[in-house]
Design a protein around this ligand. Sequence first.
Ligand code: SAH
Length: 354
Amino acid sequence: MDNKKIDISSLDIPEIAALFEELSEKSGVKLEKFRAKQVFSWLNKGVYSFDEMTNVSKAQRTVLSENCYIALPAVEKKYVSKIDGTVKYLFKLFDGECVESVFMRYEHGNTVCISTQAGCRMGCRFCASTIAGFTRNLTPSEILGQVIAASKDTGERVSNIVMMGIGEPLDNFDNVMKFLELVNCEEGLNIGYRHISLSTCGIVPKILELSEKKLPITLSISLHATNQKERENLMPIAKKYSIDELLGACRKYLEGGGKRISFEYTMIEGENDSREDAMRLAKLLSGMLCHVNLIPLNTVSGRDYRKSGKEAIANFVSILEKHGFPATVRRRLGSDIDASCGQLRASKIEAKNT
Ligand code: SAH
């Protein structure tokens, strides 16, 4: 890839229009302003080449392909669950990097779980995404492209997006914000902010920055522990930002008009799943408009944590509910294809290194 070329799919319509003015001058081929909308719409339909843009002239397409590239991820591998139709993708990016996305069918519509970075530097002990190391941030087009490519491949509309794949979205803040603008655009996928969730391990200053943007997305906080020591044990980010600071930022987020927060809590046997934990959690969250999503741990090879038993999970739910917190246990889709993220990328990198 000629890296002097412009990543056109990371641009919004006014930016494409400004680029067209520049290219018209440089090439002598006129790219009219109204074409910005046409090209944006083609890119969001999932074209891999400018030649597919049939209402754009041949001369214009040549100028575009000489100056720009289309960063739509290519399907490198695909697994379809025989149980529930969930599709797991390993997408290849222009430089050979790979990320994972999952397409899930729910009654309320199709949801795509997307990655925001190639790898992750947060180092959570139970998470597969950290194993293969961090390579780079994804561009807005690569984040958006996972949704476009999954929708194109399945032939189905996507109505919900969760940023719960590989990477820490708030560690790639600007590109994630640009992605949100693009995916929400009427001429593009037109997915409402209310149908988008952003999940974070708790980068406090970025939560506060997000709060200022006043976007009605759902903020999910990966809490996973109820005391400082245990959280530090599981999640290195807790050493930088304490539970108290994190929950303080969450309260500010809500006071600033943010929608109800969803707290994610991975249930790990003997680590964080006792009755005392449930009671401490209820105390930590007291007075907060929130929901708790319990995730029975997915076993990750190379890590010796085990998921909590059914009884421990049921007790946990009932204690939370007794304290007035709605709690749900995440249903596991695509269990036959290992749909949780990080494992495919890790095994691909391992295979390359052996
Ligand atoms: N970096 C973001 C997105 C991570 S993935 C974050 O930390 O929130 C989405 C959720 O899955 C997070 O709550 C994450 O902690 C959780 N998770 C990671 N590995 C898991 C595993 N092996 N079992 C269950 N949940 C896991």
